[in-house]
Design a protein around this ligand. Sequence first.
Ligand code: FES
Length: 65
Amino acid sequence: MMQAVAAACLARGIPSTAIFLSLERNMACAAGLCGLCQFGPAFVCRDGPVFRHDRIGPFLAVSHL
Ligand code: FES
């Protein structure tokens, strides 16, 4: 759903830098150590949970991330 909404925003001319996504992932350590919450190069517990689309957008299309 986030991917579809972000695509709709981009199609309406909203820049990728103005789209923010709030991610939820299972967590264990909550300190960036275990990698359970990793989404692409980002750790949701340490770096998020809110990310700008230009940072994580390319990873939304990757299944099993
Ligand atoms: S919960 Fe362990 S790295 Fe995020």
